[in-house]
Design a protein around this ligand. Sequence first.
Ligand SMILES: Nc1ncnc2c1ncn2[C@@H]1O[C@H](COP(=O)(O)OP(=O)(O)O)[C@@H](O)[C@H]1O
Ligand SMILES: [Mg+2]
Length: 365
Amino acid sequence: MKKNRSYALLNSIIINPVNNNQYTLLKYLGKGSFAQVYQIQEIQSKKIFACKVMQLSMIKQLNRYEQLENEIQLYNHLKHENICELIENFTDQDNHYFILEFCNYQSMQELKYPKQSQIQQLTQQIIQALTYLKQNQIVHRDLKPHNIFLDKQTIFMNVKLGDFSIAMYCNESNDKVCCKLCGTPNFMSPEQIITHIKLSQQYNSKIDQNIDKELLTMVNKMQINPQISYQSDMWALGCIIYQLFTGIPPFQADNITSTFKRILLGQFPALENQHANDFVSKCLVVDPNQRQTVEEAQTHAYVLDNILSGVNDWGETHQTISHSQDNANTVFQYIYFTFCRSVFPYSVYCLLQSYFLFIYFQSEK
Ligand SMILES: Nc1ncnc2c1ncn2[C@@H]1O[C@H](COP(=O)(O)OP(=O)(O)O)[C@@H](O)[C@H]1O
Ligand SMILES: [Mg+2]
């Protein structure tokens, strides 16, 4: 269908050669580092999905088999309402396909000027996803607005974490694997930068053009544990919330070298919202051992405060291409999410929230 050298060659019907499931290609949704994503419809069920396509030639050329295997394994392992679900994956002679749950709002990058209460609600859901990842000893390592997909259901915006291409199991005995180069400059944690720079020195690989003398001196003086862990995702969470409030990431600079230096210093302009600023400041602590953990984040006042207005906030405007649900379903869904998936003491708090939410919708009728 498409004949563009940088894009996968696709037929208008995609067929899983193993079980003969057939999908019609509907439209192009977006692209990441080396995959393209399309909206598709399963012919038999008429259900809408997203399809992430990777060209086999590109995978071979860039030697990304390991990364592909990694993403398949992780997606298959993960089942959580705040993580994008993998329906199936298969290969034909040209491409590899991930058939994914479709998120009608695409990514958080597309979200323009969210309200404070909306940001708060998104934060709560990202924290749920990160808690689940940590329970499964997984570190995402590339958390950024482009990789956080959104699915809008009437008045509720569901967060779905996606793109596990460089995510890793990160248990104690696996620290070597967790030291690979990873991340996206603006959202990289100090330990990711230090690891990247030290590895490129150690292996004497092509010297990264973004590393200058001053940056090297800074890295050599750093006294922190450079191991990449769940705390690296907490750093990225701080950057994401900051960007939702201001429109730009906290360490944005003219070039990558300057961004890296700013990150290592950990200095950023404060947010006006005090609670949010306190939360972000606790995520953006240079030393990962001093940085707030996901468990601590769950009980931060910013996360616990004011959920009710956030739920109702998503009702207006924007067009979606979704299977629509009524409000009652959405409320039930919300109650289910918060009850079943949260951890004590957050679950008790959620129980109360859900109760007030229920009363609120009763009084709306
Ligand atoms: N399940 C999905 N639903 C809707 N849009 C999606 C979905 N998955 C990906 N996208 C869109 O495609 C983009 C690239 O997807 P991603 O998985 O991040 O690819 P890459 O691994 O190449 O970065 C995302 O930023 C998002 O805009
Ligand atoms: Mg991506």
